[in-house]
Design a protein around this ligand. Structure first.
Ligand code: BGC
Length: 374
């Protein structure tokens, strides 16, 4: 018989493996899985879970390539969802506020719902007054994507037909969500087309880092590396101007809470009913474009991106009609940081081009990294 100490190294290795090895294929809770699974037009809709060694979790649906939940620890280790989200697929499908989904092929607004490309005029559906918003009705946020689960990532793909919602070119879009050990949720986007078209892809997650989505987000402290923003007209279409933030309520170069200036009688704030504006990002590759801290929970979120702009939207149109997590989401209970091309870029010669040509590939990456600030 072998002496007991012979087994010790084996036992220690086995114990260490239990403690530090990531769970390669975690599954959502059976009830959650059930609430978010269905077959739509013969296509299977499933819920996918990513979990890392710190207990951070991200739930994803291939309906709209949607972030259904992001659960991160607060300063006491309490893990809570930091997004506004629905409790089931029925509500996700019926949702009108774009919670957590990928929007495109042209996120944000196109003024007058038309643009000219290579001398040809295109008319797209008006779904926001006279303007087009987030790719139009029944766009990719309301479609079932193909899904592939990997160890620490989920890849969603969709083909947008040529002419869908009036946009030219068959477009293939891939969105890869990866969860890293440093509590980063990395989103990699790629798009290709067979005809010249326009592209603007983003994720529309709403965050409330307090973990309590019945609370307003006004005490979240924001620092944004943006020296300019793009002012808008009364229908939220940019004028084309890049305006310095200095001396305006749009200056987040030094950290300040969202509530500091939001009530100021500023024309731009009145038009957006709060912040609902594109900021021109100046961060270098290694720097976070935006940092947000919720002081009570200590949760911090940093946003890194390859995109030129970010729509900072403070949930000004939330009015209690969207429900989930035991609450009706009210005015300003969530904020979005939608990394993007500039709104209305197809009609704005001064803005970075959002044109994608046949056989070219558009790539973008955005990282939401979570940590604690004590
Ligand atoms: C827009 C808001 C809009 C929200 C939900 C944001 O990207 O900027 O004006 O209300 O999306 O549609």
């Amino acid at each position: 018989m072998k002496p007991l100490f012979f087994f010790f190294p084996l036992l220690i290795t086995a114990f260490a493996a239990c403690v530090v090895e990531p769970e390669l294929h975690p599954s959502p809770e059976p009830e959650r899985m059930h609430a978010f699974s269905d077959t739509i037009d013969g296509k299977s809709v499933d819920l996918f879970l990513l979990r890392n060694e710190n207990g951070m979790e991200v739930e994803l649906s291939n309906y709209g390539a949607t972030i259904v939940a992001i659960r991160t620890p607060d300063k006491n280790g309490k893990i809570e969802d930091v997004t506004l989200s629905y409790d089931n697929l029925t509500n996700l499908r019926a949702g009108k506020s774009y919670f957590g989904c990928v929007v495109g092929r042209f996120a944000n607004r196109i003024g007058g719902a038309q643009f000219t490309l290579d001398g040809q005029e295109y008319t797209v559906p008006k779904n926001d007054g006279d303007n087009a918003l987030h790719g139009g009705i029944n766009s990719i946020d309301k479609q079932v994507w193909k899904a592939r689960k990997m160890n620490d990532a989920v890849r969603f793909t969709i083909e947008i037909p040529d002419g869908a919602n009036g946009y030219p070119g068959k477009m293939n879009v891939t969105v890869l969500y990866s969860l890293r050990i440093d509590n980063s949720l990395v989103i990699d986007y790629t798009a290709t087309t067979d005809k010249t078209t326009v592209v603007n892809l983003t994720n529309h997650a709403y965050f409330n880092l307090s973990g309590d989505p019945s609370k307003q987000i006004l005490d979240h402290v924001v620092k944004m590396r943006a020296k300019q923003f793009t002012p808008v007209d009364s229908s939220l279409i940019p004028s084309g101007e890049l305006r310095d933030v200095k001396g305006t309520p749009f200056d987040f170069m030094n950290a300040k809470s969202i509530g500091t200036d939001i009530q100021q009688p500023d024309e731009q704030l009145l038009r957006g009913k709060g912040y609902d504006h594109n900021f021109v990002l100046n961060a270098s590759n290694e720097e976070a474009a935006v940092e947000v801290v919720e002081p009570r929970s200590g949760r911090k979120m940093e946003v890194f991106t390859t995109q030129p702009g970010v729509q900072f939207y403070t949930g000004n149109f939330l009015n209690g009609t969207e429900k989930g997590r035991g609450t009706a989401y009210q005015f300003r209970t969530g904020f979005c940081l939608e990394t993007q091309q500039f709104p209305d870029a197809p009609n704005q010669p001064n803005f970075p081009s959002a044109v994608l040509k046949a056989r070219e590939q558009w790539k973008g990456q955005t990282i939401y990294r979570f940590s604690i600030q004590r």
